[in-house]
Structure formats: structure tokens, C-alpha cells
Design a protein. Structure first.
Ligand SMILES: Cc1ncc(COP(=O)(O)O)c(C=O)c1O
Length: 312
């Protein structure tokens, strides 16, 4: 499904809505692909125990698929993941471990990965899906997300994709290279993420950004990157909420990235952007006034809530 946004830049932006599947986010695709690949390799049996590091959405998707197929699942996450996602994982029978110690890049990824490595040593039967290094994460999007886009829009001039593990990005790039080389793919990242070599800075919104370049990321293959500060993400989310569309945090970032590119995009261009999830899972964060004041300061909070008409 695509939403046609006519109020962001000159040409309409066709936003690919990925949240209308049972897991509520784009991460159902890599979850199914990674587990199915293990089954095809005959590495799973009823009761097998899977583990993954996730900021939430992949955790929810893996918990759902594991419940359906009879596997046990542990999600290692951090305080940036939404409480709603953690509860969903537990509702599907998964276990959630929240690490609280920041890593050397002021993120949590390294801490999450270190804990998983320790747990794998302690329990050799545990199977780590490792979305940051798993080629099936990329394949999932090369085989589904990208073909879905080009089936709906045979010509795409600009494709904006948020970068977390970069599975969606690398999968779309792989498809575009083979089938639509004229399409300009723009990676959208959060300020403070080190995926593309930028300086590390504290981030608060889950989904996009990492505190180290994932193994599946091939930097030479990424033509364009736009970096968005988290305050712009929040503005964009609130702007659309006031227009009746409640987007997830990373969608706000992607749309802010499109906005930053607006001047370069011709009025007759076909523009597609990928929306990984919707906003219900962010009611305690991006859409919570106290959380906004705590994380971005009282004056930002006041601009956002007291004088929104000046900005939204
Ligand atoms: C909300 C949201 N947006 C974007 C992404 C990024 O997708 P990818 O990991 O394919 O880069 C994720 C990944 O977890 C996500 O949860």
C-alpha cells in the first residue's frame, strides 16, 4: 500500500506503508526470510532457541514467527526500544533482556552484541540470527520490498530508504542495480549514527542509525546519504500527526530526508519513500510531551506543543 503525500515537496511522495502486516512493521520480511533460511538448512527443530539483538520491531516479528513455528526466542534490546514492543514480544512468549550500559559510541549496540556473544558461549545451542551480518536480511528486501515498489511504479526517479541494519537499503540497491539503474537511491540516517562514518552522538529514537557499520553494509555501493537531526524527525512526526497521519519515528526521519532533498527534485519526478512502521508504538516516546521535554529540552517541547502553528 502506498500513501500519496502531496504536501511535502513539489512532486507527490509515494510512501510505501509497511505496517499493515501482522507484525506491524517492515521487519516481518527479514524475520521470515532469516528463520526460513535456517529451516532450509535443517538447523532448526521444535523447541530450538533463537536469540537476536533488536531495537524492537524485528524482535516483535521474530517472536511472532517463533511462536507460530514452535521455537523459543530471546530479544536483547535497550532502553530506546518502545515499551509497547517489549510487551508484544512477551505476549508472543518471547523473553526480553534490556541492556542499560552505553557502549564506547554512546549507543547500546556493542553492549547488546557483547551480551549475546557471552550467552552463545554459555549455551552453544542458542542460534543467533544476527540481522547486522545476515545476508537473508538483504535478500528479504531485494526479493520483496523492492519488487513491490517497482511493480506499483515501473519508473521511480528517487527512492528514499532509512538505514538501520541497512537490510532494506542494501536490498533495494541490489534490485535497483539489476533492474532500474536510473533510480537514485538515497539512504536516510539519523544524526549521531556512525553507519556511514559520521561522528557518534547520543540518539533517542529507535529504528534508524547504528553505533558501528553493519557487516551487510557495503559503503562503496551507497551513492547518497542524507543525515537528519532527531529534532527534525520529531517535527515531521508531529506535523503529520496534526494532519491525521501518525507515523513511526523512522518514517519522520525519512520524510525529513525527502524534505531536505526537495530543492533537487524535479516537479515531474516519481518519488517513493519507505515507511517502516506507524506511530502507535511511539505514544510513550515521540508523541509523549514529558519524553520530549526530557530528551530534547523544555524549550523544544514548548515550541512543539505551545506554538505548533509556527512550525507544523
Ligand atoms: C521502525 C524502523 N525503521 C527502520 C528500520 C531500518 O530498517 P533496516 O534494518 O532494514 O535498515 C527499522 C529496523 O529495525 C525499524 O524498526
Amino acid at each position: 500500500m502506498f500513501l500519496r503525500l502531496t504536501d511535502l515537496i513539489d512532486p507527490p511522495v509515494h510512501l510505501k506503508i509497511e505496517s499493515y502486516n501482522p507484525a506491524g512493521s517492515i521487519k516481518l520480511k527479514p524475520a521470515v526470510r532469516m528463520i526460513t533460511a535456517l529451516e532450509d538448512e535443517r538447523r532448526l527443530a521444535p523447541g530450538s532457541e533463537l536469540i537476536e539483538s533488536s531495537s524492537g520491531n524485528l524482535g516483535v516479528a521474530l517472536a511472532m514467527v517463533s511462536a507460530q513455528r514452535g521455537y523459543r526466542f530471546t530479544c536483547v534490546t535497550d532502553p530506546m526500544s518502545s515499551p509497547a514492543n517489549r510487551k508484544l514480544i512477551e505476549a508472543y512468549g518471547g523473553r526480553v533482556i534490556v541492556v542499560t550500559e552505553r557502549d564506547e559510541n554512546d549507543g547500546f549496540l556493542q553492549t547488546r552484541l557483547r551480551l549475546i556473544r557471552d550467552m552463545l558461549v554459555a549455551n552453544p545451542k542458542l542460534i543467533w540470527l544476527n540481522q547486522y551480518a545476515n545476508p537473508n536480511n538483504v535478500r528479504a528486501h531485494a526479493e520483496t520490498t523492492a519488487p513491490e515498489i517497482f511493480t506499483s511504479f515501473p519508473r521511480v526517479d528517487w527512492l528514499f530508504v532509512g538505514a538501520g541494519t541497512t537490510g532494506t537499503l542494501m536490498g533495494c540497491l541490489r534490485y535497483v542495480r539489476a533492474h532500474a539503474p536510473a533510480t537514485r537511491v538515497v539512504a536516510v540516517d539519523t544524526e549521531g549514527s556512525t553507519t556511514f562514518g559520521g561522528p557518534a552522538k547520543r540518539r533517542h529514537i529507535p529504528g534508524l542509525g547504528t553505533s558501528r557499520t553493519p557487516e551487510i553494509t557495503i559503503l562503496d555501493e551507497i551513492p547518497e546519504v542524507v543525515v537528519v537531526p532527531e529534532t527534525e524527525t520529531v517535527w515531521m512526526c508531529h506535523r503529520y500527526a496534526r494532519r491525521g497521519l501518525l507515523f513511526g519515528g523512522s518514517t519522520g526521519t525519512v520524510l525529513a530526508g525527502v524534505d531536505r532533498y526537495g530543492a533537487e527534485i524535479a516537479a515531474d519526478a516519481v518519488v517513493v519513500a519507505v515507511s517502516a512502521d506507524l506511530g502507535e508504538r511511539y505514544l510513550d516516546t515521540v508523541y509523549d510531551p514529558d519524553w520530549i521535554a526530557d530528551h530534547f529540552g523544555q524549550s523544544f517541547h514548548d515550541q512543539l506543543y505551545r506554538h505548533p502553528e509556527d512550525h507544523l
